[in-house]
Design a protein around this ligand. Structure first.
Ligand code: NI
Length: 167
């Protein structure tokens, strides 16, 4: 197991569109395990491969309080989006920034499991929000892009300054 380095906004690599996973190999399962370890250590409730600079369509989420409900989604695809929900979101790639985003309240997603089998999952509430947020990462989109241009510029300035101070 290994902790992976998480890219921080405005790193341009966060805008890479991830490619589908063609086969669930031992290497993919190892990467999924490392991503889960990295997410729990951060701590966070979701992590997409894009965020650790691996541009394949895989994400991990666990929104449970006990941290015992890990879900790994490979090649996730939204089959259904219903309703509307506004929640404050944060992101391990945008440390210290939280803001409201509007997303679907209920989703159905199809994905491949670590055993290679395809499954469908219905999700509502925080899990639905988190899966939508992580799928956005795979499409090269960071949640701050839903905010006003003024807010985006402010966040970019703040994080660039933080990065320089950390050097
Ligand atoms: Ni994120």
């Amino acid at each position: 197991m290994a902790l992976l380095k998480i890219l921080h906004y405005p790193d341009p690599r966060l805008h890479t569109v991830a490619k589908p996973v063609t086969e669930v190999t031992a290497e993919i399962r190892q990467l999924a395990a490392d991503m889960a370890e990295t997410m729990y250590a951060a701590p966070g409730i979701g992590l997409a491969a894009t965020q650790i600079d691996r541009h394949i369509r895989m994400l991990v989420v666990d929104v449970s309080e006990e941290k015992n409900s890990l879900l790994t989604l490979i090649n996730p695809r939204l089959l259904l989006k219903e309703g509307e929900s506004v929640r404050e979101e944060g992101c391990l790639s945008v440390p210290g920034i939280y803001d409201k985003v509007t997303r679907a309240e209920h989703i159905r997603v199809q994905a491949t499991h670590l055993d290679g089998k395809i499954f469908e999952l219905d999700a509502t509430g925080l899990l639905a929000i988190c899966i939508q947020h992580e799928i956005d990462h795979l499409d090269g989109k960071v949640f701050v892009e839903y905010l006003s241009r003024l807010k985006q510029a402010r966040i970019k300035r703040k994080l660039t300054k933080q990065a320089l101070e950390a050097m």
